[in-house]
Design a protein around this ligand. Structure first.
Ligand SMILES: [Zn+2]
Ligand SMILES: [Zn+2]
Length: 327
């Protein structure tokens, strides 16, 4: 079952020729979740060949343009493409009136409903609870209300060994209880222990997304041990004062948090366009966290049952650069 992440945009506030503003597409078992929707997100979805009609859930961390400007165009395209499926948008509450006003002004016929889920509060909350996955907020600290998101698979049922079904003549009605961990009792009273009948399911996987924020050491407990951790690294340490002032983080701070939280894999992104390349971010992060991935638009990370992350880069030609202009 897939559990993968495609980076659609890895720049910070200003798009560059190499990087679009923030957007991630997260695929959990062919359920597609869009996380943030910076300007041009629909173009990136096209470039990376993602059928965007399959996105039914959009999570907006906060109401800064580099995380939300792409939503207006994307929703317009949904309308033009004849979308009929409900669209769920999770965001700080002010988005609803802004988006509705925009749609009323520029709107085409729309045959789908938008269902708004306002994000509020300063404690983590469960905002989506489905059979296979849950999503919790990670309250962050930024210049406007801001939330990260923690995606976690649900505990799976045990796998029943095919050969034992026939061998012990297990009736259909008893298969679910066995998968849930119960022993099987034969008609003559003989108990077949569950361990003989089943084997453990693959471990649950998790993905935590945190941008934009001042570094928050206290979230370590909530994200402890996640398989994949994305954190913003807008600045380098030499600009730490600026990071503090603008409520952003440095690469080193993010890497130290990743280490403290014992996450299994770390991706940094949201790089400021004041820097030319990402190399110094890697060097700075490496002082704290052993192996760091630096986001590039088009990168795909997949968490396999063995716990490995495979990386493929859709557009490696420009990987590494942030900004090749003077502004
Ligand atoms: Zn931002
Ligand atoms: Zn921001």
């Amino acid at each position: 079952v897939s559990f993968s992440l495609t980076i659609l945009g890895s720049s910070s506030a200003i798009p560059t020729s190499q990087r679009f503003p923030t957007a991630h597409l997260f695929n959990a078992g062919e359920r597609f979740f869009l996380i943030d929707c910076g300007e041009g997100t629909q173009i990136q979805l096209r470039r990376f060949r993602i059928r965007f009609g399959r996105i039914n859930h959009i999570f907006i961390s906060h109401l800064h343009g580099d995380h939300v400007f792409g939503l207006f165009g994307l929703i317009s395209s949904f309308g033009l493409m004849g979308r009929k499926t409900d669209l769920h948008i999770f965001s700080p509450p002010q988005l609803e009136s802004i988006l509705e006003s925009h749609l009323n002004t520029f709107g085409h016929e729309r045959q789908f409903a938008i269902i708004y889920h306002p994000l509020t509060g300063s404690k983590p909350k469960r905002i989506l609870d489905e059979a296979r996955i849950s999503v919790d907020t990670i309250p962050l600290k930024h210049s406007t209300p801001c939330y990260g998101f923690l995606f976690r698979e649900k505990e799976k049922l045990r796998n029943i060994r095919k050969e034992v079904i026939r061998f012990y003549n297990i009736p259909v009605k008893d298969i679910m209880p066995v998968k849930e961990g119960n022993d099987f009792v034969q008609p003559d009273g003989t108990v077949i222990p569950n361990a003989v009948l089943t084997y453990a399911p693959p471990p649950v996987r998790s993905y935590a997304y945190c941008t934009d924020t001042q570094i928050l050491p206290k979230i370590a407990s909530q994200i402890e041990g996640v398989d994949l951790f994305y954190h913003e690294a807008t600045f380098l340490r030499k600009d730490e004062a600026l990071a503090k002032k603008t409520l952003h983080s440095t690469a080193g701070q993010a890497a130290k948090l990743a280490l403290d939280a014992g996450v299994k894999n770390l991706i940094l992104g949201h790089f400021s366009v004041r820097y030319k390349t990402v190399q110094p971010f890697a060097e700075e992060a490496a002082l704290h966290y052993p192996e760091v991935h630096l986001a590039n638009d088009g990168d795909v990370y997949s968490i396999e049952p063995g716990g490995l992350v495979f990386l493929k880069s859709i557009q490696s030609a420009t990987a590494g650069q942030i900004n090749d202009t003077d502004t």
